[in-house]
Write a protein that binds this ligand. Structure first.
Ligand code: WT7
Length: 653
């Protein structure tokens, strides 16, 4: 992050102490911090019994004897779908709406917890008929429709780990995840609505699984958009045939607390995405607890809306498992914020009386750009709490969010966490914390985080360093699917017994933590994680490209934007118009990974800046991409390279 942004961040002295009303209402209490400090394991055991229903209670809390492989509540037994569905019906809340679904074209469905119980059981029965048993991996590649949550919970009901792949990922990306996870079945839809048009999904699945040796034997297909799809009678099954016709009861499979609940792929510093493994008991405990104390969820009165897609961890923890374990009523919206008009979200908030909204800074910045007059035309008076996640929220965006969406009074909680952490780790608690715009502030009760220097020493207030977690936590990843060594190397190798998150952070004068962004080769574009090397590999797989370097350049709207520099193979550019080749390369990345990974800019260069040992100096490329004076070039093998690149800056695309 640019230095001037950094120093600006550090001079934030606005504070917003909780109002009396917020304080009186809040689930979070000061005692939680005290309890967690006094008795760490006792604290988490209490949360596990408060938020989760156990079929067999546990006697052990944390087993860290095989660190960094943790086991939490290991002799406890439970089922996650029972926790998210059945127990609410048993408690007499079957008539409570679980999901207010809004399709992009305007179709709506209200699904109660009793409905959900039937649908989850039907889907579980259908999956079992397709051969899914406990321990089999099911791939889910769906739009943001209720069937996505139903399929996830149906897998959980069977003890079959799911692996959700965001619908914006390409067939190639889907195939590599299917193969890595050895998935047996894919659940998909013909298409989902996106900006007024069906956006195809099934065709990508066809492409992903029609290869020699694909582990996929069945594809379960929701008919969402009534589009024409290719059909393989031996493999493809319609949801409306298999699920709607199945029996509406199925006993949940009771599993050990450490039974795998899901694998979620995320980008790392190397080209190959990592399958992050989460298990059942600890994950569910932290998802439900954080949703209660950070989002301050009161399930009997709140209408909660987390805008994340289930393809990301936020959708797992704060659309499905956290809120549903708590019996929340929530909104689920299929489409984009500007379809068919830029007030769509606020129209939905008004219609359902949304009280809690959880979204990403990139969305907030987009709304700022569209103008405050748009939300102002809707009644947002029910909103009482706002959350932010995915990337640093600039203080101006924080203030705008509070003012124009939160009526000038709703607390904004900036929540830091990761796919790997499973649940929120650093965040203010509404009702307790005096809020500081732009900072995630402090670790929540039960989590111990710090900012350390190269020697693993905690930095003083006012200093920056690396963000680490110093004690295991219930929702922590249990590993990388199929690659225990990579798990150790990635997170636990830098310093012994410290989890290194990959983020740089700073402590301000009050000790508040400001997360500054990744210090590794991971980019954050609109709150989505992308790896520089994964995009480089995609570029190099194009026949015209010899070499590629990718950097994340600061971007006002998306936080970072993908900027690529490529060297063409000899002769590849001959007789070709550069602009059309660049367009082709962008499309190629879209095909290899997905539209979210398409570079915003591609510059064709004849050399890349490298050190004498051959390492690409991304720092210098970032200077170019951010239109800055190029920094120190003395370590370059050939310092004239940068002169060429600087002088070759084409008109901005
Ligand atoms: C990375 C994790 C957490 C779910 C969505 C992203 C960045 C996340 C914040 C925040 C500053 C944040 C970090 C982190 N990040 N939340 N509140 N402030 N940065 O999950 O894809 O696993 O990405 O997102 O860089 O390491 P993810």
């Amino acid at each position: 992050m640019a230095e001037q942004t950094l120093s600006h961040l550090l001079h934030e002295d606005r504070r917003f102490p909780p109002s009396e009303q917020v304080r009186a209402h809040a689930n979070g209490t000061a005692e939680l911090y005290e309890q967690a400090d006094a008795d760490f394991e006792g604290f988490w055991a209490a949360r596990a019994r408060e938020y989760v229903a156990w079929d067999t209670d546990f006697t052990q809390v944390l087993d860290w004897s095989d660190a960094p492989f943790a086991r939490w509540f290991a002799d406890g037994r439970l089922n996650a779908s029972y926790n998210c569905v059945d127990r609410h019906v048993e408690a007499g809340n079957g008539d409570r709406v679980a999901i207010h679904f809004v399709g992009e074209p305007g179709d709506t469905r209200d699904i109660t917890y009793a409905d959900l119980q039937t649908k989850v059981a039907q889907c579980a029965n259908a999956l079992a008929d397709l051969g899914v048993g406990t321990g089999d991996v099911v791939m889910i590649y769906l739009p943001m429709i209720p069937e996505a949550a139903i399929a996830m919970l149906a897998c959980a009901r069977l003890g079959a780990p799911h692996s959700v792949v965001f619908g914006g990922f390409s067939a190639d990306a889907l195939r590599s995840r299917i193969n890595d996870a050895h998935a047996k079945v894919v659940v998909t839809a013909d298409a989902g609505y996106r900006r007024g048009k069906p956006s195809a999904l099934k065709s990508a699945v066809d492409e992903a699984v029609s290869v020699e040796g694909s582990p996929i034997s069945k594809v379960l297909v929701v008919n969402r958009c009534d589009t024409n799809v290719a059909w393989d009678d031996a493999r493809d099954v319609w949801w409306h045939d298999a699920v709607d016709g199945a029996a509406g009861e199925r006993a949940p499979e009771i599993v050990d607390a450490e039974h795998p609940l899901f694998i979620l792929y995320t980008s790392g510093t190397t080209g190959k995405p990592k399958g992050i493994l989460h298990t059942t008991g600890g994950y569910l405990t932290q998802a439900a607890y954080t949703n209660a104390v950070v989002h301050d969820l009161h399930p009997e009165s709140d209408v909660y809306w987390c805008t994340a897609d289930i393809g990301w961890v936020t959708g797992h923890s704060y659309v499905v498992y956290g809120p549903m374990a708590n019996g929340a009523t929530q909104v689920m919206y299929e489409g984009t914020p500007d379809s068919p008009h830029q007030g769509r979200w606020w129209e939905i908030c008004q219609q359902y009386g949304v009280t809690i909204l959880y979204t990403a800074p990139t969305a907030i910045r987009t709304f700022m750009k569209w103008g405050a007059q748009i939300p102002a035309t809707y009644d947002l008076s029910a909103i009482r709490l706002l959350g932010s996640v995915g990337e640093p929220i600039n203080p101006e965006a924080w203030m705008w969010y509070r003012e124009h969406i939160g009526g000038g009074h709703a607390p904004v909680v900036d929540t830091w966490w990761q796919t790997e952490t499973g649940g929120i780790m650093i965040s203010p608690l509404p009702g307790i914390t005096s809020l500081c715009p732009g900072s995630a502030q402090t670790a929540i009760p039960g989590i111990v985080a710090d900012v350390v220097d190269d020697m693993a020493e905690p930095v003083d207030n006012g200093q920056s360093g690396y963000l680490v977690i110093t004690k295991p936590w219930p929702a922590m990843l249990r590993g990388i699917w199929g690659d225990p060594q990579r798990y150790k190397d990635t997170y636990w190798a830098r310093w012994e017994h410290l989890y290194f998150a990959g983020d740089g952070a700073k402590k301000d004068e009050d000790g508040n933590i400001w997360v500054l962004g990744r210090v590794d080769d991971v980019m954050n574009v609109s709150g989505h994680r992308l790896s520089t090397s994964e995009i480089e590999s995609a570029l190099v797989s194009h026949p015209a490209v010899a070499e590629a370097a990718v950097v994340g350049a600061s971007d006002e709207m998306t936080g970072q934007a993908v900027a690529a520099f490529v060297i063409l193979r000899a002769g590849a550019g001959d007789g070709r118009d550069e602009a059309s080749l660049i367009t082709e390369l962008k499309a190629h990345v879209g095909k290899e990974i997905g539209a979210i990974a398409k570079p915003k800019s591609i510059m064709i260069v004849s050399e890349l800046p490298k050190t004498r040992s051959g390492k690409i100096m991304r720092r210098l490329l970032r200077d170019v991409a951010e239109n800055r004076e190029v920094g120190d070039v003395t370590t370059l093998a050939d310092s004239s390279v940068m002169d060429f690149i600087k002088n070759h800056i084409p008109a901005k695309a």
